[in-house]
Design a binder for this molecule. Sequence first.
Ligand SMILES: NC(=O)c1ccc[n+]([C@@H]2O[C@H](COP(=O)([O-])OP(=O)(O)OC[C@H]3O[C@@H](n4cnc5c(N)ncnc54)[C@H](OP(=O)(O)O)[C@@H]3O)[C@@H](O)[C@H]2O)c1
Length: 358
Amino acid sequence: MNTIPDETVFQGADVAGGGRFTQPKRAGVMPTKTLGTLGTTSAIGLGLMGMSDLYGPSDRAESIATIGAALDAGITLLDTGDFYGTGHNEMLLGDALHGHDRDRVQISVKFGSLRGPDASWLGQDNSPVAVKNSLAYTLQRLGTDHIDVYRPSRLDPVVPIEDTVGAIAEMIQAGYVRHVGLSEVGADTIRRAHAVHPVSDLQIEYSLISRGLEGEILDTCRELGIGVTAYGVLSRGLISGHWSTDRQGANDFRAHSPRFSGENLDRNLALVERLRSVATELGVSVAQVAIAWVDAQGDDIVPLVGARSRERLAESLDAVDVELSAEQLAAIESAVPKDAAAGDRYDAMQMTALDSER
Ligand SMILES: NC(=O)c1ccc[n+]([C@@H]2O[C@H](COP(=O)([O-])OP(=O)(O)OC[C@H]3O[C@@H](n4cnc5c(N)ncnc54)[C@H](OP(=O)(O)O)[C@@H]3O)[C@@H](O)[C@H]2O)c1
């Protein structure tokens, strides 16, 4: 990975106003990382969810331009789900990829979450029949003949993971899928899945304020050679440095998220101000320091950023040029200690669906 330009000096979080401010600007080749069986991928991936769902209104033209800008910048890993806008996100990606070389892109798709026509959440179906049926529609919506990584979005409480992975393995044999992925599952499920077919990567929320990956789950992934795609690296915008109390509308996931509610929000935004002090000393933005911290946790951990505009993407891209020393990492963790966040990362009902939290 490239480093912060030499002239940028970090003088410690306690040096009020003493740092020299240099904003990194992306100019070079996109660094790469390795994600299990998927192999080489861009050091940062783009998550498309917010372009269709959960974060309020989005702009179609800007979404397509943002995906194009990501590809131009060397991002190869694009993450979507068939239930993001009930197919909308996949159709958007299919349109955005028009005219691009399909083989230079790695498409990661989640399936299994069931939605109603009113956008309600109806449960999970990871049965072998659902795997094949969902995949057939996904291929049509994306206008492609294969998916690079196919993963159940959550563990289905009634379908053994072996059956789900077995069905994906059949689709790999048939040439429709290249790799098996997992999402928000714990160590036992990872082992059971991997015993059926090698897993490329676990997708899981991971940020300065969501550290559940660390310990048993990450140790298991590393033991088995499984990579991690980290989502929510900005905690859905909360630790981006751009969040304000008047941001979320009624249809926004964040309107119902414990971390964005009442006193919890005030306490979490106070943490962001502590992070801002460190970022200022480093000469980078709050979002960049939050992304760079995740990036620094391993060459097998790829941050997925949820940028919905070229402006946000540009800010995120600069984070891959920020290399943090041990002293700087310690200053960041001292500003935002592990478990400092107020409130869970999902509401109580959604927390119970997370195998990774058991
Ligand atoms: N496996 C799972 O269970 C799961 C769950 C959730 C997401 N994901 C995947 O992970 C991806 C990323 O997750 P996420 O959207 O929650 O991540 P995130 O990057 O933590 O949050 C994205 C939000 O942060 C805001 N933001 C502010 N400054 C930004 C900046 N400089 N760069 C990027 N975003 C900035 C954006 O808001 P504005 O655009 O409004 O400024 C956007 O709404 C999703 O798109 C999806 O593909 C997976």
